[in-house]
Design a protein around this ligand. Sequence first.
Ligand code: ADP
Length: 165
Amino acid sequence: MRALYPGSFDPLTNGHLDLIERASSLFGEVVVAVLCNPNKKAAFSVEQRISQIRTATAHLEGIDVVSFDGLTVHCAATHDAGLIIRGLRAMSDFEYELQIANTNRSLATELETIFMAASAHHSFLSSSVVKEVARFGGPIDHMVPAKVAEDLNRLFNSALTPLQP
Ligand code: ADP
């Protein structure tokens, strides 16, 4: 069955990648769907995020990376996905994720949401924490795939570069 893994992925972390790898071995085909939300200021454009995910998942079969706006249930229908994957890192994720899952089921009864537990060694990882560490020059190589680390370093180094007189 084809699974949809929707998210902001701004940027992709090793926690996201771990979920994609595990979902891929469980479900065969995974559509990673990058949410394009014009109301939320993102560090990376949708095109950059798609490229980061494509590079990081190049070793896997059956991964498609797309962008979407609007409802996740419409995106699932467009890509013929029968289930939605979401990750749970801690109880703090649970309430929000349950609300979204129930909302989605009320909109599309046949669409199941499957929660996957974050691997313990990735459960502290979030895109925002990674950006915070990168912004202040901390090491991020153990948190994100190589291309994402490069992009983050470029983003924040250029932000720190003083303007030429
Ligand atoms: P969103 O804005 O939709 O929450 P994210 O990119 O932050 O997008 O997360 C997408 C999904 O991946 C969510 O279900 C989130 O709980 C899950 N996720 C985020 N970080 C991790 C991680 N370190 N391990 C496992 N799942 C994660």
